[in-house]
Design a binder for this molecule. Structure first.
Ligand SMILES: N[C@@H](CCC(=O)N[C@@H](CS)C(=O)NCC(=O)O)C(=O)O
Length: 255
């Protein structure tokens, strides 16, 4: 392990493992790069106050114009002053810049692939991540800590103008929505087959930013919704996504 002094901020839930796709994305990168780090567990209710106290920047702006703070976030105490970071992709880019692998073939986001990786992230964000709430909202709610459940319900219901239970789709509408998400995975599987199928990952046996993003999402499915989302995803594309997550296993330690 490289000697580092990195604090990684992740979201605590009632589960024994993290459940956020974005924090998994950075955790996979930290583990792949063999960087020593410590996790600081934060309830979503406390993200803004904890980030503000540490000087970590917000990642966007709320509709009322106030700054929005999200996790993952990371404090690297190695440089002076320490690096204070938020937003999964910029965090991974920072880790790459600051702790490059001597073997350039192991780079997570080499500049030459950066535009393609951005296109990939855009596809996953719009065709998959943005579609999940109507089929995942109650699974997410159930896994939150009791205190975060109150916070999540209040904020989400205010944003959507309806109860969580009414955001969740049911019956035929739910199945149609899942079919749409399956279509996005079909497209990914088709493109990944173009690589010749020598490896489950995007770029051979090494991890890339694309794998951190997709892997984070699949791990989130497995933990947030083992009894629905993960069962469905496991049955798609001849088990491709089960094999894919198995190929990531060596980078899924939670420290
Ligand atoms: N663009 C950010 C998005 C991060 C994000 O939305 N994180 C969620 C957890 S997956 C979060 O912190 N939510 C807390 C909240 O909405 O209050 C990233 O890629 O890191």
């Amino acid at each position: 392990m490289t000697a580092t002094n990195i604090i990684f901020l992740d979201i605590i839930t009632v589960l024994p493992a993290p459940f956020s796709p974005n924090t998994w994305k950075v955790r996979l990168a930290l583990n792949y790069k063999k960087l020593a780090y410590e996790t600081r567990w934060v309830e979503t209710t406390d993200i803004a106050s904890v980030c503000k106290a540490l000087g970590i920047p917000p990642t966007s702006t709320l509709p009322d114009g106030t700054p929005k703070y999200t996790l993952p976030a990371l404090v690297d105490n190695n440089p002076s002053p320490p690096a204070l970071l938020s937003d999964s992709t910029p965090i991974i880019e920072y880790l790459e810049r600051t702790y490059p692998d001597p073997d350039s073939s192991r780079a997570l986001c080499p500049p030459i692939s950066r535009a393609l990786l951005a296109l990939f992230e855009y596809h996953v964000a719009h065709s998959i991540t943005a579609q999940l709430l109507p089929v995942m909202v109650m699974h997410m709610y159930d896994k939150k800590t009791p205190r975060d459940r109150i916070h999540f319900r209040k904020r989400t219901e205010a944003a959507f103008g309806k109860k969580l239970e009414d955001i969740e789709l049911r019956g035929k509408e739910r199945e149609e929505h899942w079919n749409k998400i399956e279509g996005a995975f079909d497209l990914l599987a088709t493109f990944m087959q173009a690589g010749g199928g020598a490896s489950e990952l995007f770029t051979g046996s090494n991890l890339s930013l694309a794998d951190c993003t997709l892997g984070g999402l699949l791990l989130a499915f497995r933990y947030i919704s083992p009894d629905e989302a993960w069962i469905k995803v496991s049955s798609w594309n001849n088990g491709k996504w089960v094999r894919y997550v198995a190929a990531l296993e060596e980078w899924t330690d939670v420290v």
